[in-house]
Design a binder for this molecule. Structure first.
Ligand SMILES: Cc1cc2nc3c(=O)[nH]c(=O)nc-3n(C[C@H](O)[C@H](O)[C@H](O)COP(=O)(O)O)c2cc1C
Ligand code: SF4
Ligand code: SF4
Length: 254
């Protein structure tokens, strides 16, 4: 067994590792950005696959990973974890259907509420105490789900038709285009940017160049919010106009 995940800002990494640790403490979780991920995937048949939902859909980097490795899913048994700030309908179901198209068996699904990672929109922001409580509740939910998995009765959140209708009517119908392709909407304020390069170093898409001590975005952003959350000058925005809170899961784990 292995874990595979994409995590923009740490929530999904934490959840996938926590689940894996509860089920099989010797198993290792790999980011899909890790150069060893494909080789490890081909060596294992039981996979815990985690990602954050974006508009009740897959981040483009995740759908591209699944599609570009389509020949590797046949015969694999996958348990799908979707993290979210509030609601996703069929968050786990979106990837599950794709995996099934490529011959995988879906063992189960799990939806996990976590702090909101969107640094420049106020809507889902909560207090520190509330976020801590959410993380504690999610840890308990992961432990319970892992127990069921070990007993051979895995949870199946996000996988049936009701979840699918909720995901489609609740969000995907209106936001379908948001995750269809990479975006060119990332904005970096050149006045505030000090050219430290932190954003470029963390970007999973290599979407930022630092030219003459100023960060310049390209058009291949997967909207993960990592750069927005690490910029020391709060110079980067994507959906909103101003950075409100730089999310860091570590704040809620100590
Ligand atoms: C572009 C974008 C869209 C999102 N859409 C949703 C959504 O539809 N529903 C939801 O509950 N959370 C949504 N979120 C919040 C994330 O799914 C959530 O914070 C997730 O746990 C972040 O995981 P990460 O830290 O592993 O990147 C969205 C986040 C981003 C960046
Ligand atoms: S992290 Fe912020 S300050 Fe540093 S290069 Fe990127 S945009 Fe500029
Ligand atoms: S530019 Fe920023 S938000 Fe976009 S993919 Fe890179 S790190 Fe993520």
């Amino acid at each position: 067994m292995i874990g595979l995940y994409f995590s923009g800002t740490g929530n999904t990494k934490f959840c996938t590792e926590y689940f894996l640790d509860s089920v099989n403490p010797s198993a290792i979780a790999y980011s899909i950005e890790d150069s060893r991920a494909i080789e490890e995937l081909s060596k294992h048949d039981e996979i815990i696959f985690g990602y954050p939902v974006y508009y009740s859909n897959l981040p483009k980097i995740v759908s591209d990973f699944i599609v570009s490795n389509s020949d590797l899913w046949n015969g694999k048994k996958l348990f799908v974890i979707a993290t979210m700030a509030l609601f996703s309908g069929d968050g786990a179901g979106v990837a599950a259907r794709l995996f099934e198209n490529y011959g995988a068996e879906i063992a189960g699904g799990l939806h996990l509420e976590m702090p909101d990672c969107i640094g420049d929109v106020r809507v889902l922001k909560r207090t520190y105490e509330k976020n801590r409580a959410i993380v504690e509740k999610t840890k308990k939910k992961i432990t319970d789900s892992a127990e069921k998995y070990k007993l051979g009765k895995p949870t199946r959140e996000g996988l049936n038709l009701c979840y699918r209708m909720a995901g489609f009517l609740g969000q995907r119908l209106y936001f379908m285009n948001k995750t269809k392709s990479y975006t060119d909407k990332l904005k970096i304020n050149p006045v505030n940017c000090i050219g430290c390069g932190k954003c470029a170093n963390v970007c999973p898409m290599n979407n930022i160049d630092v030219i003459c001590r100023k960060a310049v975005p390209k058009n291949l952003c997967t909207m993960c919010y990592r750069c927005v959350n690490v910029c020391p000058e709060k110079a980067i925005t994507l959906i909103g106009k101003r950075v409100i809170e730089q999310h860091d899961i570590k704040k809620y784990l100590t």
